[in-house]
Design a binder for this molecule. Sequence first.
Ligand SMILES: Cc1cc2nc3c(=O)[nH]c(=O)nc-3n(C[C@H](O)[C@H](O)[C@H](O)COP(=O)(O)OP(=O)(O)OC[C@H]3O[C@@H](n4cnc5c(N)ncnc54)[C@H](O)[C@@H]3O)c2cc1C
Length: 138
Amino acid sequence: MMISCLPADDSIEDIYGRFFYDFRTSGFEGDIDCSQAVRAVLSTNNSIYQIYPEAALFPRHSQDVQCIAKLLGQAQFRDVVVAPRGGGAGTNGQSLTNGVVVDLSRHMNRVSVSAKSLLTSGKRSGGSFRSRETLDDC
Ligand SMILES: Cc1cc2nc3c(=O)[nH]c(=O)nc-3n(C[C@H](O)[C@H](O)[C@H](O)COP(=O)(O)OP(=O)(O)OC[C@H]3O[C@@H](n4cnc5c(N)ncnc54)[C@H](O)[C@@H]3O)c2cc1C
């Protein structure tokens, strides 16, 4: 099967332009990417669908995710659409959006195990079976 050709479109809808303008001062430490290349990559996943996002955010840690949620909570950004993304292995296109992809697989992909209590462990939300296990507090 061939993936259809997407029209090259660098324009960003007004509301997303305003969102990213305000976002620059939100304290977000991850990556913001509006490039054609990244948008094209994130327009597909393990489904038959293809939806071109306005941009992608790559949070570095949970505080970055909070920054996104905080800004989304503002009335002026109520129409901004986001879709979290892990490996993109979901088969029904769930991680695709014409809004903003929040891709957790770039930075938030470690599995952490607390040495203080081996009974508790935490997996960051972009982690997969390939993620490296680390001992956080040794
Ligand atoms: C060959 C194959 C075998 C599979 N086998 C199984 C199986 O045995 N068992 C099984 O359960 N599934 C299976 N799946 C389905 C797939 O693994 C699941 O859909 C899995 O949840 C996808 O994870 P992902 O990180 O790739 O999520 P994505 O595809 O990136 O996203 C899936 C959904 O979760 C949301 N999401 C992603 N990350 C987050 C986050 N951090 N916070 C909130 N929402 C988030 C996305 O917005 C989207 O709606 C299989 C898929 C394939 C292709």
